[in-house]
Design a binder for this molecule. Sequence first.
Ligand code: GLY
Length: 297
Amino acid sequence: MGYKLISTWKMSYHKMGEVKRMLKKKYSLQEIIETVITDVENNPDFHSVGFGGLPNREGVVELDAGYMDGDSLAFGAISAVRNIKNPILVASSLIKDRTNNYLTGKGAEKYAKENGFKTRKMLTKKAQEKYLNKVKEESHDTVCVIGKDLNGSMAVGVSTSGLFMKHPGRVGDSPIIGSGFYCDSQIGGAAATGVGEDIMRGCLSISVVNYMKQGLDAQKACERALFTYLERVNNKPDEISLIALDKDGNYGGCSTLEDFPFVVLDENNEAKLMAYKGKEKRVIETDDQWLANYKGD
Ligand code: GLY
């Protein structure tokens, strides 16, 4: 069984296509996941991740990221950090110790600076203009990547600038283990994107992994986790999307949205842009017509 990767949103499609060539070389799964996520973080055109992310209500960009290694179950996470160029790299570096795995705010920034991670002014002119005009952008938030390598080792990484106009210090699901991400190489990995408060209430990533543990494949586990939760909360949340990859290499995606794009990649095929159609409750492979109609990131 070979490499398999799944990532959220169209914004990860380009880089997922490029990392195909890394799969045949001696890159670690961590390096591949970081490559996809840092590409999205560095792109100023994406307003929900990294550089160019939309600011909080005081006009400051605060970023969250998480990473988990599915072999050891080690994880690292940071939240509410300002002016850190690549939050995912800081989060993934935190998996190495037994404690201090999740750092927040000034403490996380101090760690990043002391350990040589690059800083950058993360507020772009465009993001500032949107803030000053209080433009309500449709939120397409978190970039999530789950991968499985040739040895069956699995990992997941996530990065986001969170909700536009959030309260300073507000932290969503993304850096919270079990909510925004979870991965166990013996079972599979899952990650979430959408309104963090709704995702945290259902601890949705661990919920997907638990359904895979019961024997459901990745697609069925995503559906069971999302629909069971929606029923419990009377179908209130309308912006939750989930992706998963099980230990056998099956992928899954599910969403409350009409169109939730995600990308799948293995070493034998080019990256494919898939979409979960919320109304029809099914996954499709996108085509040119879909792409022409889709307005999101
Ligand atoms: N899902 C990202 C957030 O709510 O911050």
